[in-house]
Design a protein around this ligand. Sequence first.
Ligand code: 2P0
Length: 331
Amino acid sequence: SFFDEHPRAGLATAHTNIALVKYWGKKDEKLRLPFTDSLSLTVNDFYTTTQVVVRDDGAPRRFRLSGQEVNGPAAERVWKYIERLQRRFGVSGTLDISTANHVPMSAGLASSSSAFAALAGAFAAAYELNVDREELSRMARLGSGSASRSVYGGFSRWIAGHDDATSRAVALDENPDLDIRLLAVQVDVSPKSVPSTQGMRRVVETSPYFPVWVEQTSKACDEMEKAIERRDFTAIGEIAQQNALDMHALNLTARPGFTYFQPQTLLVLQLVDELRHNGVECYSTMDAGSNVKVLVQSGNEARVRARIYEVLPQAPITSTGAGSGLVMTTL
Ligand code: 2P0
């Protein structure tokens, strides 16, 4: 019948998340078990949609990004990940994967969190796996650590755990009743100097300050969770900004030290502090790159944008709010 011939297929959409308390260091690289919990906000405007088709007609496997076939290291990472999931769930078949990232280049945001969450979701939908969201989070984690948190909307917390079964994210507040916006300020377009996997490995292996980072970040997670419960924007911003500064300070203490800062990065960080001191409440955070994300409430967004534009008119600014979790469909 048509249904027997029709290949199994799954479709999923996941949004990018921005860590408010960062994941920066793996205890186990293969299983992607982190040293600490981390906590993030899933955003609305940046997302990945992925379709997985399972074929058994002898056609070669294929991975397309925005319609273009991808080969090389990026594709290898995807296929290694897929083979791992197939072994884990005891399923087989040649896959045809097509994916589209709706993450504007101008936002300067990494898309691996939405990419691996969407891929995990599309895989589960294609094979009609009977998995709950914590299991989907574990599956996403194996692709990219931060992807574990993109299974959920709003605020979520990745519980470090101690093995594959216990390391997964949980939802804290998927639909927060809190005015919070995120402005992504792109100060530099060049690819990041140190890929995050390598950067975190270097601090784990060489920084004498790494144990302090672990201790401070664990504390920051607990404080951040309470701040979210109280809907306390000020505390959320203060904790997020300090944790990002801690992470970037840690990188300088690796042997050899490294930094994601570019000259204009500092300029934006200073502008955010200046705005806040002048009564326009906003906070900065940064990931494994030179771009700055600004946390602000909607009433202050225009003032923040205007000031950054005044000083850095060439820096694109993209803004977004809280977004929803992984959505998946079996086709
Ligand atoms: C985070 N970042 O919590 C941190 C903060 C960047 C800085 O997770 O090695 O792509 O694939 O597990 O998730 C970026 O690293 O790393 C990241 P892998 P991932 O969002």
